[in-house]
Design a binder for this molecule. Structure first.
Ligand code: CMP
Length: 137
């Protein structure tokens, strides 16, 4: 079994489609082992996305991610990291495969509804950024 980290981003929470995303997660065979609704400060968003700090979109991305609540999740299944990235679809919803979350619900490359860890090392940083061990069941 493998664990990955996911966020349902502010655009989805604002549009009341968190249930639709969770339905797709469960239909995809993932177990939700951690889930919480929180609102990131700008500073906390910057810490989470620090690997992107030199990118031109970093400021906008952190402003977006802190503009309203998000749902943070830890998902478990075999091959969870790669399978969650497949279910999310391409970063830009316009390029995403039919049936993926970003294709169905994404608005733009920034407001792309969901986040997922891109590698085991990333998951190992991102999961404890949001959850302690007692919160993963
Ligand atoms: P995410 O998977 O959360 O990881 C980094 C985020 O940066 C990405 O999803 C997009 O929402 C955002 N992003 C990536 N590329 C761009 C871009 N060219 N312009 C704006 N935002 C971007």
């Amino acid at each position: 079994m493998e664990r990955t980290f996911a966020i349902i981003k502010p655009d989805a929470v604002e549009r009341n489609v968190t249930g639709k995303v969770i339905e797709m997660i469960e239909a995809g065979g993932f177990k939700i082992v951690g889930m919480k609704k929180i609102r990131l400060s700008k500073c906390q968003a910057e810490g989470f996305y620090y690997v992107h700090k030199e990118r031109p979109f970093f400021g906008d991305l952190c402003a977006f991610m802190s503009r309203g609540p998000v749902i943070a999740l830890v998902l478990e299944k075999e091959n969870a990291i790669a399978d969650w990235r497949t279910l999310m679809g391409a970063t830009n919803p316009a390029n995403a495969t039919e049936g993926t979350i970003r294709k169905v619900l994404g608005v733009s490359i920034e407001e792309n509804t969901v986040h997922g860890s891109d590698a085991p090392e990333t998951a190992a940083f991102e999961i404890p950024y949001f959850f302690n061990q007692l919160e993963l069941v």
